[in-house]
Design a protein around this ligand. Structure first.
Ligand code: SF4
Ligand code: SF4
Ligand code: FES
Length: 234
């Protein structure tokens, strides 16, 4: 298999972005965008398609198994996980890679997603005492526990920006989990957080649902959390 990776590059946040292309060839039918990036960077010298010497490609990864969310980037215009995007998923020879656009770029495909943690901290996403989780809410708690905090949902959200307090689905999903487990004395505080961090800013368009790499059942979590936090039907 032969692919040309067109990568939007910049050496740091202040520099002008430019496109640079790299040829990648492999016999591995399972190869992903992450496989290609790892192997390109492992070369003693990295050259682009024109033969020019290039700096290693900056990007983030950890598990390479669709478990950590670190490798999220825009692939052919869609936010996806590099380790979950096979090179043979497109018949085109050229694949475009860009950093997630809603976050500050550090370099190349590497972005600063610290706003995800800031929003969770501001929303108070922790329990003050032991969880209470009856069997009828196991499904919500389990579904919400699968969030990778990758940020793909925020990429397509018309209402999310690092400048405002609306946390989008990346905040809603952890709050949905806590709402399902919250002991009685913490429910009101969590409901208030949910109302200000999620409910008030969300237009319910569900664009986020279509790009979540974990395929989280966002409709269900939204409806159950709205019922609990806004209508107080615990
Ligand atoms: S809800 Fe889905 S897309 Fe959003 S951060 Fe969690 S795993 Fe990623
Ligand atoms: S439903 Fe729409 S507004 Fe709400 S978090 Fe998802 S994309 Fe954003
Ligand atoms: S490297 Fe962990 S999800 Fe891709």
């Amino acid at each position: 298999m032969r692919r040309v990776l067109e990568i939007l590059r910049r050496s740091d946040a202040a520099s002008q972005p430019h496109w640079q292309s790299f040829l990648y060839q492999t016999d591995d039918e399972q190869a992903t965008v992450a496989t290609a990036l790892v192997e390109l960077n492992e070369q003693d010298e990295l050259h682009d398609v024109d033969g020019a010497l290039a700096e290693p490609i900056m990007w983030e990864n950890s598990c390479l198994q669709k478990k950590c969310g670190a490798c999220a980037m825009v692939i052919d215009g869609v936010p996806r996980l590099a380790c979950d995007t096979r090179l043979d998923s497109t018949r085109h020879e050229r694949i475009r890679l860009e950093p997630l656009r809603k976050f500050p770029v550090v370099a190349d495909l590497l972005v600063d997603r610290s706003v995800l943690m800031r929003n969770l901290a501001q929303a108070g996403t922790w329990l003050e005492s032991a969880a209470e989780l009856p069997a009828k809410r196991w499904d919500v708690a389990y579904e919400a526990s699968r969030c990778l905090q990758c940020g793909c949902c925020l990429e397509v959200c018309p209402n999310f920006s690092v400048q405002n307090a609306f946390g989008g689905m990346a905040a809603m999903v952890p709050l949905a989990r806590l709402l399902s487990e919250a002991p009685a004395d913490q429910r009101r505080a969590l409901a208030a957080s949910y109302a200000s961090a999620v409910y008030g800013g969300c237009g319910k368009s569900l664009a986020c649902r279509n790009v979540c790499p974990a395929n989280i059942d966002i409709d269900k979590l939204l409806s159950r959390s709205n019922a609990a936090a806004i209508w107080h039907r615990w």
